[in-house]
Write a protein that binds this ligand. Structure first.
Ligand code: SAM
Length: 262
């Protein structure tokens, strides 16, 4: 997959792209990630990329010309043909559709994704109207720039590219992953896909840490008991922290029974 990031702060990405799964995916040729300095597409000697807003008001707005010219220079196909061509131009915006695991899954299936990072009061609206085919927000809060959002999206998407994570089955069993997204590799019978809920609790050695123990069932060797415990605790945690997910999840008869057993 090819990922292009357009920003006025290219150095920002030195850290996020150079560690762990993203670094390995880049080195393995699974993800080719390039960061483009928007100021390289400014025409004046001050490399101006922003201007005052029409109509007055606070702050500055990123101008359309450098952004359009940058995307054109990348050779991305026109807005109309993009989904056929497996490409997407994404504008990071607090006003965008909320990014989530199912969108990450959809983006991971693309051949190419371009991420445009806004700054200041935002980006000239024509970028969202005529250039980008998606506007995505990473949550209901306002960041000072799109760079953190782009790093979040690159991270989530890259780890879903087949081969990026050593044990691909682990990405199928995590929080928010729906049954339809969990394509294969269910792992041992004691593990379970979250089915759109939160993941089950994980423990590792030591079994006794400062008097804090590990649930006995996990050392029982009884895979069916462990699976049931994991499912019940995932349901409980979801009920406690994210009841909204329970409303949307397709709960089985067993799930309802496990919730009732609390
Ligand atoms: N005036 C805008 C508003 O009220 O919606 C906020 C602009 S924000 C200070 C500057 C840039 O940060 C935005 O253009 C966008 O690229 C990025 N940004 C801010 N919050 C974001 C979020 N929740 N998700 C993604 N990008 C965000």
């Amino acid at each position: 997959m090819k990922i292009d990031i357009v920003t006025i702060f290219p150095e920002f990405f030195r850290g996020p792209l150079d560690h762990g799964i993203i670094r390995r995916a880049r080195e393995a040729g699974l993800a080719a990630i390039e960061v483009h300095d928007l100021r390289a597409f400014a025409h004046d000697r001050h490399k101006t990329v922003d201007d005052r807003p029409f109509g007055g008001g606070e702050g500055m707005v990123l101008k359309p010309e450098p952004i359009f010219e940058c995307i054109e220079a990348l050779g991305v196909v026109s807005r109309e043909g993009r989904s056929d061509a497996g490409q997407s131009v994404v504008l990071l915006s607090a006003q965008g559709k909320r990014f989530d695991q199912s969108l990450a899954d959809e983006l991971a299936g693309l051949e190419r994704m371009v991420l445009i990072c806004g700054r200041y009061e935002g980006v000239d609206e024509r970028v969202g109207q005529y250039l980008a085919d998606r506007e995505l927000s990473i949550g209901d809060y306002v960041l000072s720039g799109g760079e953190l959002g782009a790093a979040v999206i690159v991270d989530c998407v890259t780890r879903l590219i087949p081969g990026a994570v050593g044990n691909q089955a682990s990405t199928q069993q995590e929080s928010f992953t729906t049954f339809s997204q969990a394509r294969d590799g269910n792992g041992p019978s004691s593990t379970c896909t979250s089915g759109g809920l939160l993941d089950y609790p994980h423990y590792t050695r030591p079994a006794d840490f400062r008097g804090m123990g590990v649930p006995e069932v996990l050392a029982s060797g009884n895979h069916e008991e462990i699976r049931r415990w994991r499912r019940r605790t995932a349901l409980e945690k979801t009920l406690r922290n994210r009841p909204d997910l329970l409303d949307r999840a397709a709960l089985s008869v067993e799930d309802r029974k496990l919730l009732g057993e609390r």
